[in-house]
Design a protein around this ligand. Structure first.
Ligand SMILES: NC(=O)c1ccc[n+]([C@@H]2O[C@H](COP(=O)([O-])OP(=O)(O)OC[C@H]3O[C@@H](n4cnc5c(N)ncnc54)[C@H](O)[C@@H]3O)[C@@H](O)[C@H]2O)c1
Length: 284
């Protein structure tokens, strides 16, 4: 999407962190932004801050792990702005816990916010973007943990899902004039390690990413890395650039590139174990 001026974006998880950075960068580029978040006070603070800079923004509270609330937020966006061109599925939680501390509620919370909301976002907003024929862009926030998993596999499951969904939809939606990008941030200075602040009551008590981890030292390294992490406004500007140039992957830094190389080298080494064998195929 080359010309962002006057376009409309819907951004989830827009009250803080990366989502707010994206909303700010889009607003600076002249995009009208509907901010969506579960955290009402932070959402209003974000809306007022952007509006004070003359941005055309509005806010809608929704728990994106509930499809009906996401649908209501989409209706509110169309009512306010008439149409929508850019969907940013960014809301996410560092939930799930590790082996030994898994609970059904923990999985449902993490899958609901990090993956189901992305699936529903595309189902709900895809046809709204198609409807006006002006094209658009869908950006979904995965993580480097969606390209090379490590500790906290339940979180990584959701992020691999977001990567798979984005990669799989890209050719299909390109034919309809809709670009698809997946944002895979490294360590960004946000409140992600404090995700249980937004745990919906219906899930009861669940494990945070930091609890029950098999490798607590690694989790502590992530916590320290996030505290010293990249400025979310920098990530927002990268996302704006990725939308303008229709990048398939929006990466924030090269810190974890060796981990991805290592993963692919490991997969390749396992191809080598069976290379040259002739598997029996076909009817029989
Ligand atoms: N911070 C990092 O280092 C990092 C790295 C890789 C990926 N990510 C991903 O970036 C995205 C944004 O996270 P962040 O780091 O900015 O953290 P953050 O906690 O600062 O922001 C997340 C936002 O999502 C909102 N949210 C949480 N649950 C919600 C729900 N049920 N409905 C609606 N909104 C909800 C929160 O209120 C918050 O405003 C997430 O998808 C996260 O997994 C973050």
């Amino acid at each position: 999407m080359r010309d962002l001026e006057g376009k409309v974006a819907f951004v989830t998880g827009a009250a803080s962190g990366i989502g707010l950075g994206i909303a700010r960068a889009l607003a600076h580029a002249g995009v009208k932004v509907m901010l969506c978040d579960i955290e009402e006070q932070a959402l209003e603070t974000a809306r007022a801050g952007l509006a004070a800079g003359n941005a055309d923004v509005a806010a809608v509270r929704a728990d994106v792990s509930l499809r009906a609330e996401l649908e209501a937020a989409a209706r509110a966006t169309i009512e306010r702005f008439g149409k929508v061109h850019i969907l940013v599925n960014n809301a996410g939680v560092g939930g799930g816990g590790d082996y030994g501390s898994w609970t059904q509620a923990g999985w449902e919370w993490t899958l609901g916010v990090n993956l189901w909301s992305v699936i529903w976002g595309i189902e709900i907003f895809g046809p709204l973007i198609e409807a006006h024929g002006e094209g658009g862009q869908i950006v979904s926030t995965a993580s480097i943990a969606g390209l090379a998993g490590g500790v906290n596999p339940s979180y990584n499951v959701t992020k691999y899902g977001v990567v798979a969904l984005s990669e799989g939809l890209r050719p299909t939606l390109a034919e309809k004039g809709i670009g698809v990008s997946v944002l895979c941030p490294g360590l960004i200075r946000t409140r992600i390690m404090d995700s249980t602040r937004n745990l919906p009551e219906r899930f009861g008590q669940v494990e945070a990413m930091t609890e029950g981890a098999a490798d607590n030292a690694a989790i502590e390294m992530i916590r320290a890395g996030v505290a010293m992490g990249i400025d979310p406004d920098y990530v927002g500007e990268l996302v704006r650039e990725g939308i303008e140039e229709d990048w398939a992957y929006i990466l924030t830094d090269t810190d974890f590139e060796p981990a991805i190389d290592e993963r692919f080298a490991n997969i390749k080494a396992h191809f080598d174990k069976i290379r040259g064998r002739v598997p029996p195929r076909g009817a029989g």
